[in-house]
Ligand binder design. Sequence first.
Ligand code: HEC
Length: 109
Amino acid sequence: MKKLLIFSLLAVFAFACSQSEGEKTASEPTAEVKKVDGEKIYKTYCVTCHGLYGDMGASGAFNLKTSALPVEERIKVITNGRNAMTPFKDLLTEDKIKAVAEYTMTLKQ
Ligand code: HEC
């Protein structure tokens, strides 16, 4: 089973490389990249206050595990900041803010 997984990953990788010269391909790979990005962005910019699992609460950061805030509101908080939370509109593009907001939804218990 593991071998099969590794093999298919290699196959996808080889395929992706062979495609890289041409025009950008379909929506699926892009969605994959976004998902990875959200987590990466979170680990780069947000863990200092919110912690890896969203519940560290440094500088009074809200617990993202228990937050009921919908994703559109999270995008606003991340973009413009709120109280002790710094705005990210100068650091991250709209797409990245959206991706990281979506990632925070996955921390919810
Ligand atoms: C400087 C520390 C700090 C950093 C860095 C930080 N936050 Fe926050 N965050 C806070 C604080 C403090 C609050 C609570 C704001 C308030 O009191 O209104 C908060 C609130 C939030 C909320 C609202 C939660 C709710 O239930 O209202 C979200 C969503 C959020 N942060 C996401 C993020 C994301 C995503 C990042 C990384 C891009 C991030 N934060 C980086 C400190 C931080």
